[in-house]
Design a protein around this ligand. Structure first.
Ligand SMILES: O=C(O)c1cc(=O)[nH]c(=O)n1[C@@H]1O[C@H](COP(=O)(O)O)[C@@H](O)[C@H]1O
Length: 238
């Protein structure tokens, strides 16, 4: 993947299909995949995937962040297999058996990505959820534990923050690393906590970057995109 475009994923975080398709047409020349997540899929369902495919040859990442019992996860993964998407997310927190059943049910080239610890969470959030002790002292250790489970259950990749991606890529080079929480120096953090720039994330081992608001809320989205692609290119060359 030497072309920076292939590494960029744009999330279609919109309720209205019309608005999502406007961005698909506008950004198709610049991105490798479009991500369809909970906002659009809850409203429009599989139709959203069909309509994106009509307008773009970019791949599709279905980000449903499944978190359920093994039998339900297996059923959801089987349903997703017929949709012709490249990636599907499952929370690693759903546990070993659920991850195994997701992997076993994935057919036709669908890749299962384990979501580690959401980029919107910081130590205080995790403490409140009951994670404590030594693991929280170094968040990397907790994320590493999650990633190890994804690896041993046969997941194809990980969704992880740019803060922890380095250790994960070094430890599990065969897993695909997808990294959200990307911010330019000039962009606001919004609800993201564990962030880095595109350059830093690629240097630390991200295979793909998910970048939404820093593009769509920029004054000039094409200019923001070009700067992100340049950053990726520079990181690949350094
Ligand atoms: O699974 C994801 O894609 C995801 C995981 C995570 O830990 N953090 C995270 O932000 N995401 C997604 O990545 C996108 C980030 O969007 P922006 O913050 O607008 O760049 C959103 O669609 C989130 O749902």
């Amino acid at each position: 993947m030497n072309d920076p475009k292939e590494r960029l994923i744009f999330p279609l975080d919109f309720q209205e299909l019309k608005e999502a398709l406007f961005w698909v047409e506008r950004l198709s020349p610049y991105v490798g995949l479009f991500k369809i997540g909970l906002e659009l899929f809850t409203k429009e369902g599989p139709r959203a995937i069909e309509e994106v495919k009509k307008r773009s040859t970019a791949g599709i990442f279905l980000d449903l962040k499944l978190n359920d019992i093994p039998n339900t996860i297996a059923g959801a993964v089987r349903s997703a297999c017929s949709l012709g998407v490249s990636f599907l997310t499952v929370h690693i927190l759903s546990g070993r058996k659920a991850l195994e059943s997701a992997v076993k049910s994935a057919e036709g080239g669908l890749k299962i990505l384990g979501v580690t610890i959401l980029t919107s969470l910081d130590k205080a959030d995790l403490l409140e959820l009951g994670f404590n002790g030594e693991l929280l002292f170094n968040l990397e250790d907790l994320v590493f534990k999650f990633a190890l489970l994804a690896k041993t259950t046969g997941c194809d990749g990980l969704v992880t923050s740019p803060r922890e991606v380095k250790i994960l890529k070094e430890s599990f080079p065969q897993l695909i690393t997808i990294v959200p929480g990307i911010r330019l120096e000039s962009s606001p953090k919004d609800d993201q906590q564990r962030t880095a720039t595109p350059y830093e994330a690629i240097r630390r081992g991200a295979d793909y970057l998910v970048v939404g608001r820093p593009i769509r809320e920029a004054k000039d989205p094409e200019k923001a995109l070009e700067s992100i692609l340049k950053d990726i290119q520079r990181a690949l060359q350094d």
